[in-house]
Write a protein that binds this ligand. Structure first.
Ligand code: ADP
Ligand code: ADP
Ligand code: ZN
Length: 215
């Protein structure tokens, strides 16, 4: 199964991808995580991506398409994967279709999480992740069970993203509406678009996604 998690920043793509990964064993491929790792490691790709990421703009199609092309050719993607944060432009979607066709593969579902812009700032401003295992949390909506300790791995260090501030979020939202939302009719036409209520609780969104996946 090949899934695309689709929605604005903070919609819950990563949260739901992590849940699907745990249940179905599909690997989660987050271009945001990969770009952040490249940036922190100071690689050539990281240096090229840095400025766009820090200002809430999209990184070039060439860079992200290259990263995904390499990643989906690895062994652990053989049984399927979940794309989280890719594609984000029509050109990326076309490049993805081409890569999949060449491998004799095809998208199973594009899961759109619909969330109002007003909720987005609240979502991203409370977001933090475990520094050891990358499990995602939220100050109000998904706190750790024991304060200061990761539920999954027991880690005690957490990370907050520098781009999760109100100003950068508004640029990211603008990029979503202008460059990413135009993919919705593209996928609707292909018959793979499945929309869930991203405003609902994490458990309810997960229930709606499971319904899509078992049809
Ligand atoms: P995305 O990957 O789409 O940017 P995340 O999965 O990182 O979004 O979610 C953004 C923040 O909102 C995280 O802190 C997460 O714990 C929280 N969150 C995710 N889904 C929901 C939900 N349905 N209701 C409330 N908070 C949520
Ligand atoms: P969010 O979880 O809030 O949707 P991501 O972690 O997916 O954010 O992405 C963080 C940043 O990385 C984006 O603002 C953008 O600069 C860059 N990025 C991630 N994925 C892509 C992509 N597919 N195309 C272009 N830029 C991307
Ligand atoms: Zn952890």
């Amino acid at each position: 199964m090949i899934l695309v998690m689709f929605g604005p920043p903070g919609a819950g793509k990563g949260t739901q991808a992590q849940l699907i990964q745990k249940v179905l064993g599909l690997v989660q491929l987050s271009t945001g995580d990969m770009l952040r790792a490249a940036k922190n490691a100071g690689t050539a790709i990281g240096l090229k991506a840095k400025e766009a990421m820090e200002s809430g703009q999209l990184v070039t199609d060439e860079i992200v398409v290259g990263i995904i092309a390499d990643r989906i050719s690895e062994d652990d993607c053989k049984n399927g994967f979940i794309l989280d944060g890719f594609p984000r432009t029509v050109a990326q979607a076309e490049a993805l279709d081409k890569m999949l066709t060449e491998k004799g593969l095809k998208l199973s579902h594009v899961i759109e999480m619909e969330v109002d812009d007003v909720v987005i700032v609240e979502r991203v401003s409370g977001r933090f992740t475990c520094a050891s295992c990358n499990e995602g949390y939220h100050d109000s909506f998904k706190p750790t069970k024991v304060e200061g300790t990761c539920d999954e791995c027991g880690g005690t260090e957490f990370i907050r993203r520098p781009d999760d501030n109100a100003e950068t979020v508004s640029s990211r939202l603008k990029a979503y509406h202008e460059q990413t939302a135009p993919l919705l009719p593209y996928y609707k036409e292909q018959g793979v678009l499945r929309t869930v209520d991203g405003m609902a609780s994490i458990d309810e969104v997960s229930r709606q996604i499971n319904e899509v996946l078992t049809v």
